[in-house]
Design a protein around this ligand. Structure first.
Ligand code: DX5
Ligand code: ZN
Length: 218
């Protein structure tokens, strides 16, 4: 199974993001860009213009994680800006199928995110239409929170369902991923790992990405 490490720049130094991204770009699969609107979650990150600039300047593909209300508006815009993948939250979408189609129409992969309180079964009807499931392993909104062990059961449930899918849908975990937790998440079936503070609070972010990849690789 292919393993992907997608560092989140949420805990990087926003005043020199290009430099921060360059620290990990040669050893990472995608850069995870957290977009928060201060409505879906009580925090704000980047406006559209700044996000577009980050995506344009990023030397590797960008995985945009939209923690916003009304993904009907933002999701196709983030695909159009050049994100390789756009993840929206199932809880935020009035019409998930419409959002999925609007992202695909702009040529990006589609991810669907689940907050800790949302069961995997909520998205079972959409599996044939999406490219990634994101199981949040913390409440979305902030970096540096503790990994929620009880989300491992949801990861196992998702892996059991996705195992049957021949398109090889990615299974991403986000929140509290570190050398102390990544092996358990991988054993439960995750193959795509977001790591924010573990990477950017490390003295050597690139070495941390490589360590995480080694630990997640069976
Ligand atoms: C949280 C964000 C995460 C965050 C993870 O809502 O979606 O991507 O950056 O940070 P860590 O790895 O520190 O939990
Ligand atoms: Zn995220």
């Amino acid at each position: 199974m292919a393993i992907r490490i997608t560092p989140s720049i949420l805990n990087a130094d926003f005043s020199k993001l290009n430099e921060e991204i360059l620290k990990v770009s040669s050893v990472s699969d995608l850069i995870h860009l957290d977009i928060m609107d201060n409505k879906f979650v009580p925090n704000f990150t980047f406006d559209f213009d700044r996000a577009a600039e980050i995506i344009r300047e990023c030397p590797i593909p960008v995985d945009s994680h939209l923690m916003v209300v009304e993904p009907e508006l933002a999701a196709p815009a983030f695909a159009e800006m050049g994100s390789a993948s756009v993840t929206f939250h199932f809880e935020a979408a009035e019409n998930p199928r419409k959002v999925i189609k609007s992202i695909h129409a702009k040529g990006a992969r589609v991810g669907v995110g689940l907050k800790p309180g949302t069961e995997f079964s909520a998205i079972e009807d959409f599996l044939d239409e999406i490219d990634m499931v994101l199981v949040m392993t913390v409440e979305p909104g902030f970096g540096g929170q503790s990994f929620m062990e009880d989300m491992l059961e949801k990861v196992r449930t998702a892996r059991a369902a996705l195992g049957k899918n021949e398109r090889g849908i990615w299974l991403q975990v986000d929140g509290g991923i570190s050398p102390a937790t990544i092996e358990r998440a991988a054993q439960a079936g995750a193959d795509t790992f977001v790591a924010g503070s573990a990477v950017y609070k490390s003295d050597n972010p690139a070495q941390m990405v490589t360590l995480l990849r080694d630990l997640a690789t069976p």
